[in-house]
Design a protein around this ligand. Structure first.
Ligand code: GLP
Length: 270
């Protein structure tokens, strides 16, 4: 390959929005994930002790694969960073055989282990007193300013007019909530049955909207038409607890969306 420099230029455009500072639109999810990974790598290079909150779910898998590759190639070192859990079903433990839908198992497998994160802060989905566990976790978060919160977005139902959760903050949850025990919306439980083939517990532990909005940077990833509908509600619907992701508009200067064209295609159909 000689000394030839390899520069990859990602084709993308930005959508202007009155509150959200950057909405980056890429032709494919792979390109969006790569761009998000490069921004995160850039932050960790400048601040090797950054505290980062990691979402789970399908959307962020390619992002985490990009980060793991960069670590393997020696382009970045996450070992001194701190990792934080965004949400967890309750009850739910780390044993993947017993709880195949669990987020602790997911994070260990896709994030904490491959990135070599030593300080991984997990929510205990088997804590006998979930309210006390929420308090404990909130204390951990308050002790470390979060540099980046990585988020996905939940489904929106036109029928029930509920959805577009961030973490497990469901419609109706006040924006002032910190880490708490959340009753899951029927739309989320149905998504889990239909798309993940699982019967999820009806409750979860989750970082609250207030925790998420405290992060210095918020990166949200969303791909495909269905996620585009959730985003359309969040970005252009009424700001308020009915649309949890609309809270991001209150701190829009911190927010970057990494989305694909299929998601963006839904914004015109208001
Ligand atoms: C999940 C989690 C969120 C995640 C969202 C989207 O259930 N509560 O942390 O961001 O729903 O998941 P997916 O990317 O699989 O659609």
């Amino acid at each position: 390959m000689g000394l030839e420099a390899k520069i990859s230029v990602l084709p993308y455009y930005e959508i202007k929005h009155p509150e959200i500072s950057r909405i980056r639109v890429f032709p494919t999810p792979e390109e969006a994930a790569q761009a998000a990974a490069e921004e995160i790598i850039g932050v960790v290079r400048v601040n090797p002790q950054a505290a980062i909150t990691y979402a789970t779910g399908d959307t962020v898998i390619p992002l985490y694969e990009n980060l793991a590759r960069a670590v393997k190639e020696g382009r970045v070192d996450f070992s001194e960073t701190s990792g934080f859990h965004l949400d967890e079903y309750y009850p739910c433990g780390p044993d993947i055989n017993e709880y195949p839908h669990g987020f602790v198992a997911y994070l260990r497998q896709r994030v904490f282990t491959p990135l070599g994160i030593k300080n991984a802060n997990e929510m205990n989905g088997l804590a006998p007193d979930p309210e006390a566990e929420a308090k404990r976790y909130d204390g951990l978060l308050s002790a470390k300013p979060i540099e980046i919160a990585i988020l996905g977005i939940g489904p929106w139902s036109a029928e029930t007019q509920t959805g577009c959760h961030i973490a497990f903050n469901e419609s109706g949850t006040p924006f002032s909530e910190k880490v708490h025990v959340q009753t899951l919306d029927p739309v989320t439980l149905m998504r889990d049955r239909q798309e993940r083939g699982q019967d999820s517990p009806e409750r979860a532990l989750t970082q609250g909207v207030a925790n998420i909005l405290e992060a210095r940077r918020i990166f949200l990833l969303a791909y495909g038409e269905k996620k585009g509908q959730s985003l359309r509600e969040a970005l252009f619907g009424e700001i308020g607890p009915q649309r949890p992701a609309s809270a991001l508009r209150l701190q829009g200067q911190k927010v970057t969306l990494f989305i694909d064209e299929a998601a963006a295609s839904q914004f015109g159909k208001l």
